[in-house]
Design a protein around this ligand. Structure first.
Ligand code: ZN
Length: 452
C-alpha cells in the first residue's frame, strides 16, 4: 500500500511538472517533500479518525490519496476511502473542508493531468492547458478561470484567519503521538455495521425530522438539471417547501399541487437512536417529488440564483395560500437579515445555503464569467466548535452514483455567502403523507396516526 501511494505521488509530481506554471511547480516540490515525512502519515491518520467518528458503523481504510490545488495554488488533499467515502483537506489551514462518508469523490476514478478544487463547487482539471469542469467535462472560459483565482484568494483569507490549530498540531506531531492514535483506530475495527439499520450519521444539533433529508434520494427531490448551469437554488427551495408541507403545516402546497407533485410514501414505521441515544420513529421511505415542480412553478428561464431571488420566488409560491391566523409564515433571507444559519437550525427549519456568491458578486460579476455558485440544504450542525454542518448537497446522483444526502461541510465557504429559510408562524397542522404498507394506517410526518 505504501509503495502504491508513493508511486501515485511520484506520478502526480511528474504530471504536475508538465503544468504551465513553473513557480507553482517549485512550491509543489517543497510541499511534496514535506508530505513524504511523518506529516503524510499524520494526515492519513487524522482523516481516518475523523471519518470513523462521523460514521462509527464502518471501519474505513485509505484507498487513494490525491494532491490537488486550490485556484490560489495551495495544496489540497483528497482522500478516498474503502469501502466508500472521501475527505477533502486543506493542508495549509488544517481545515477538513468536506466529508462524504457514503460516496467516493468524483475524481476517485478519473486520471487527468492536473486537478483543482474550488470549495463547495467541486473539481476541475487542466488538460493541455485548458481548464475543464470535472463533472460536466465542459471547458471553463478564461474570464471564469480568472474569477475563480480571484475568489480563491478571498477564501484563503478566511482559511488563514480560522486555522484549525488542533489539526495542525497533530499534523506536525511526533511518531509516538500517532502511535497512541493507532490504538483508537484499532478500537474502531470493533464497530460493526448493523444490516437492519439505516445508516444515518448524526450531528450535535439537527432539525426535528432531519431523517427526511438523510433519506432524500433522486426520486424525492427535483433534479438539478435543465438549464445550462443547473437550478440548485430552486432545487433547495423545492426541498424546504416539501419538508414544510410534510412535517410542519399542511397548506404549503395546495391540494392540486400536493396531488400533482408529491406522491404519498407507502412504507413502514421504523426506529433509530439519535445523537443523544434517544429513540425516535421514522419512515423507511419518503414521498416522491416530481422533477417538473420547479419549472412548472417558476418558469422555464430559471437557473442558479442568489438568496434574494430565491426568497422572492418562495414568497410568490406561498402568497396565494396566505391566510391571517390560519396560514402565515416568514421567509428569511440574508438580504435583510444579518444572521447566522444556526438560528434556522435552532428553530428546526432547514435552510438553503448559498456558496460564497454574495449579491454584490452577482451584480459585479464580469461579463463572460459563468455562474459558479452552489446552493444546498443545511439541516444540522455537525460540530459547532469546528463550524461544520450536515447537509444535502442537492446534486443528482444517478450518473455519478453518489450519495449526496449526508455530507459534512465546513462553514467557512459560507462566510461571504447567504441563506434562506421559511418559518411557519402557525402551529403544526398534520399532513398524511405516510401510509403503512402492512395495514394502510395513514401517518403524519410527526408520527401521529391520522386514519386507520
Ligand atoms: Zn403531525
Amino acid at each position: 500500500m505504501k509503495t502504491k501511494l508513493k508511486s501515485i505521488y511520484i506520478i502526480s509530481l511528474i504530471i504536475l511538472s508538465i503544468g504551465q506554471k513553473p513557480s507553482g511547480f517549485n512550491k509543489f516540490k517543497i510541499e511534496y517533500k514535506k508530505l513524504e515525512s511523518e506529516k503524510k502519515e499524520n494526515i492519513k491518520d487524522l482523516l481516518l479518525e475523523d471519518i470513523c467518528k462521523i460514521n462509527p458503523n464502518i471501519y474505513y481504510s485509505v484507498k487513494n490519496i490525491k494532491l490537488v490545488k486550490g485556484f490560489d495554488d495551495h495544496d489540497i488533499l483528497v482522500a478516498d476511502f474503502l469501502p466508500f467515502g472521501y475527505s477533502i483537506f486543506d493542508i495549509n489551514s488544517g481545515i477538513i473542508l468536506e466529508v462524504n462518508p457514503y460516496s467516493n469523490s468524483v475524481i476517485d476514478n478519473l486520471d487527468y493531468e492536473n486537478y483543482y478544487y474550488y470549495p463547495w463547487k467541486g473539481f476541475y482539471y487542466k488538460k493541455n492547458n485548458v481548464l475543464y469542469d470535472a463533472v460536466s467535462n465542459q471547458v471553463v472560459n478564461k474570464e471564469t478561470t480568472d474569477f475563480l483565482v480571484e475568489k480563491s484568494k478571498n477564501i484563503r483569507k478566511s482559511f488563514n484567519s480560522n486555522k484549525n490549530e488542533k489539526n495542525l498540531f497533530f499534523l506536525n506531531s511526533s511518531k509516538d503521538f500517532y502511535n497512541q492514535k493507532n490504538i483508537l483506530k484499532l478500537n474502531n475495527s470493533f464497530y460493526k455495521q448493523n444490516e437492519n439499520e439505516i445508516n444515518f450519521i448524526y450531528g450535535e444539533r439537527e432539525i426535528k425530522y432531519s431523517w427526511y433529508f438523510k433519506l432524500c434520494d433522486n426520486d424525492n427531490f427535483p433534479s438539478n438539471t435543465g438549464s445550462e448551469q443547473g437550478i440548485c437554488g430552486y432545487v433547495g427551495a423545492s426541498m424546504i417547501l416539501a419538508f414544510s408541507e410534510i412535517f410542519k403545516v399542511k397548506g404549503f402546497f395546495s391540494e392540486e399541487e400536493s396531488e400533482k407533485y408529491l406522491t404519498k410514501a407507502v412504507t413502514i414505521p421504523s426506529y433509530a437512536k439519535d445523537y443523544n441515544g434517544d429513540t425516535y420513529m421514522y419512515f423507511k421511505d419518503i414521498p416522491k417529488f416530481d422533477d417538473s415542480f420547479p419549472y412548472d412553478i417558476w418558469g422555464d428561464d430559471i437557473g442558479s440564483s442568489e438568496p434574494i431571488g430565491i426568497e422572492r420566488k418562495i414568497r410568490e409560491f406561498l402568497r396565494p395560500k396566505f391566510k391571517e391566523g390560519e396560514f402565515t409564515y416568514t421567509v428569511f433571507s440574508t438580504y435583510w437579515l444579518i444572521g447566522d444559519v444556526k438560528t434556522a437550525i435552532h428553530k428546526d427549519c432547514p435552510a438553503i445555503y448559498f456558496g460564497h456568491m454574495t449579491k454584490d458578486d452577482f451584480v459585479n460579476r464580469p461579463i463572460g464569467v459563468d455562474e459558479m455558485n452552489h446552493a444546498l440544504v443545511i439541516y444540522g450542525i455537525f460540530n459547532e466548535k469546528e463550524d461544520r454542518y450536515i447537509c444535502h448537497t442537492g446534486w443528482d446522483n444517478t450518473e455519478s452514483n453518489q450519495n449526496n444526502s449526508q455530507v459534512i461541510l465546513s462553514g467557512l465557504g459560507f462566510l461571504t455567502g447567504g441563506f434562506v429559510y421559511v418559518e411557519p408562524l402557525v402551529k403544526h397542522k398534520h399532513a398524511g403523507y405516510f401510509i403503512n404498507e402492512i395495514n394502510g394506517t395513514v401517518y403524519c410526518g410527526c408520527g401521529e396516526v391520522l386514519e386507520c
